[in-house]
Design a protein around this ligand. Structure first.
Ligand SMILES: O=C(O)CCC(=O)C(=O)O
Ligand SMILES: [Fe+2]
Length: 218
């Protein structure tokens, strides 16, 4: 008799990072096959489905080319690999809720394409009490990314101009941070830069982040 064993992704390091500094960088979070399938899924989208990204409040989005110039497309689970990625993030959501009581209700994410010279100026993904975005994830899909290609994600502490992390958008790397706490920006690249940016959301946008607890569930 065949027994189907479902290998659980190990989210321990992510849970510990969010409970601790509130941010973590995870090279090789995703295996090469899955990254390649996601990259192919994005690369084969009809070009008109990638549209100039919005800024501002979730509901009243505007485009502003002075702030960001990338193009995006929401993942809606219309291909098997999108469903696999969304299922993985649903597992992560469950772990974060079980262990940190974060009260995350759902996850939304989009493919993003930054072409030669595209950028996203320094910003926060959420403002305290004004957004239900609680936790940001960014997964990179770029093979053989070199430092000379540019396109780094720069992450800053809240009240400082000193760069805290400088992340190359290499295939399989995941970045995860509390959306209200870390200003960040995307520098221009000299080649296409592909990623999936996503946000775990809570129901109640006025719930204080201090509700976060780090008591593990036994
Ligand atoms: O692609 C990245 O490195 C970050 C993207 C980002 O900051 C965003 O979409 O809000
Ligand atoms: Fe962002």
């Amino acid at each position: 008799m065949n027994t189907v064993v479902r290998l659980e992704h190990d989210f321990t390091r992510i849970v510990d990072a969010i409970a601790g500094p509130g941010i973590g960088l995870f090279p090789d979070f995703l295996d090469a096959d899955m990254v390649a399938a996601l990259r192919h899924d994005l690369a084969t989208l009809p070009p008109w489905e990638l549209t100039p990204a919005g800024i501002g409040r979730e509901q009243r989005q505007q485009t502003n080319e002075q702030v960001r110039t990338d193009k995006t497309r929401w993942l809606d689970g219309d291909t098997p690999i999108q469903r696999r990625y969304l299922a993985l993030m649903a597992d992560l959501q469950q772990q974060l809720n079980r262990q940190l009581f974060m009260g995350l209700k759902d996850y939304e994410c989009h493919y993003a394409l930054y072409q030669n010279g595209d950028f996203y100026k320094k910003h926060l993904d959420a403002f305290r009490g004004r957004s239900n975005r609680r936790l940001t994830t960014v997964l990179y899909l770029n093979e053989d990314w070199q430092a000379t290609d540019g396109g780094e994600l720069l992450i800053y502490p809240q009240r400082s101009k000193t760069v805290m992390h400088r992340v190359l958008p290499q295939a399989g790397t995941l970045v995860c941070f509390l959306s209200e706490d870390f200003p960040h920006e995307v520098l221009p690249a000299s080649r296409d830069r592909l990623s999936i940016a996503g946000w775990f959301r809570i129901d109640d946008p006025v719930a204080p982040a201090s509700r976060l607890q780090s008591t593990p569930v036994i």
